[in-house]
Design a protein around this ligand. Structure first.
Ligand code: HEC
Ligand code: HEC
Length: 336
């Protein structure tokens, strides 16, 4: 076994223990959420898929989970059936949605299904669960939309619905998305981030951010350690391409084995390494100026035009962001 494998397994076991201890922790006093499975907005956990019967519904949920865990094998650019090549890279949904969507601050999917349809600032419209999945297909997976009535879309949506078992529509759960770190007073620094990368990330993600394949290029077996930049990574329109979002994800989930309760990076290191990763080349999403048509919704770290009047592309990307927030409050909104 390679050293990396040992490290990986050791850390993964550590993470498993953390999750187990969490599951047994006593109720925290937050009001329970009514439903067939008692859930608390603080101490929720993913429902147990092994308890599902082997009927049509159970089979669909399980297939959805597999599709999200091994996306590259079914929808990736290397699958035999060219018509199924919906994803443009060999990532899996769970490359970024940790523990198959069950982890707090690891882009969880518990509660997602019951939060849609939802107003989305990126579209300035009400979006459905399916449209949100396609958002990640076109950006994080650098691919194209799955047809709404496709088997794959149905299985993924059914898995998401299962993950919200017992949670009422509109419930607000703690730990959604990723850690929201307090932004730095200075710009995030890709040069300092390169040092963090060399010390903490390179062993798994590689010298050129290329990751480590599970098999060979062309075999549709995806990655043991996914790429962080380059042709097989997420594109410039992805959430992970925003330095603040990636910093929160990294702090709460990387190096693999850490969770939001056992972080190892400082906030500064998380911002800097996020800046480093996102300063590297990656697929470019076209027509990004169509995002956030209501310009006031545009996140201050969305690093594509149109920009806030008087603020450089560079500052949008790396910060400092607080002055942009203040300029926005005074009415400096990106033009149409
Ligand atoms: C490169 C990382 C990455 C990959 C790969 C990825 N996602 Fe995401 N996904 C994100 C991030 C980051 C967010 C939150 C983004 C935001 O707030 O703008 C998100 C949000 C979502 C949401 C909304 C969650 C909620 O509660 O609002 C859904 C649903 C989703 N992704 C599904 C998928 C599916 C299905 C796949 C695979 C086909 C996938 N994602 C692949 C990074 C990723
Ligand atoms: C021990 C191996 C390991 C180390 C070290 C590690 N990662 Fe990861 N990383 C992974 C794995 C594995 C995944 C995919 C998640 C999964 O499969 O659960 C991942 C996923 C990611 C992702 C989202 C997926 C993608 O391809 O974009 C980012 C971003 C990331 N890591 C950044 C980092 C950064 C930054 C560091 C250093 C601070 C780091 N990782 C250290 C193993 C590692």
């Amino acid at each position: 076994m390679t050293r990396i494998n040992q490290l990986f397994i050791g850390l993964a076991i550590g993470a498993g223990l953390t999750a187990g201890a969490f599951a047994q922790s006593p109720a925290t006093g937050a009001a329970p959420i009514a439903g067939p499975v008692a859930q608390s907005p603080k101490d929720w956990q993913a429902p147990d898929i092994t308890k599902l019967p082997d009927d049509k519904y159970g089979q669909m949920v399980r297939r959805g989970k597999v599709l999200m865990e091994e996306t590259y094998k079914y929808l990736g650019p290397e699958v035999k059936d060219v018509n199924k090549r919906y994803a443009g890279n060999n990532l899996a949904c769970v490359s970024c949605h940790m523990d198959a969507g069950g982890r707090k601050f690891g882009n969880p999917w518990v509660g997602t299904f019951v939060s849609f349809p939802q107003y989305r600032g990126r579209e300035d419209a009400i979006s459905t669960t399916e449209e949100r999945i396609n958002g990640c297909m076109e950006r994080s997976m650098n691919g194209r939309k799955l047809p709404l009535d496709s088997e794959e879309m149905k299985t993924m949506t059914t898995y998401l619905q299962f993950l919200s078992t017992g949670i009422p529509v509109g419930a607000k759960l703690e730990g959604g998305g990723t850690l929201r770190l307090k932004t730095l007073a200075r710009a995030a620094d890709p040069v300092a981030g390169k040092q963090v990368y060399a010390a903490t990330c390179v062993a798994c993600h590689g010298d050129n951010g290329q990751g480590v394949r599970r098999g060979k290029a062309g075999d549709a077996n995806g990655y043991q350690f996914p790429p962080l930049w380059g042709a097989d990574s997420y594109n410039t329109g992805a959430g992970m391409a925003r330095v603040t979002l990636a910093a929160g994800f990294i702090k709460g989930n990387m190096p693999i084995g850490v969770t939001h309760t056992s972080t190892v990076l400082t906030d500064e290191q998380a911002f800097d390494v996020s800046a480093y990763i996102n300063s590297q080349p990656r697929p470019v999403k076209g027509n990004l100026q169509a995002d956030f048509p209501a310009r006031k919704n545009k996140p201050v770290d969305a690093a594509f035009p149109p920009y806030t009047p008087g603020v450089s592309a560079e500052q949008h990307k790396y910060g400092p962001w607080q002055p942009i927030v203040e300029a926005r409050e005074k009415g400096a909104i990106p033009p149409k």
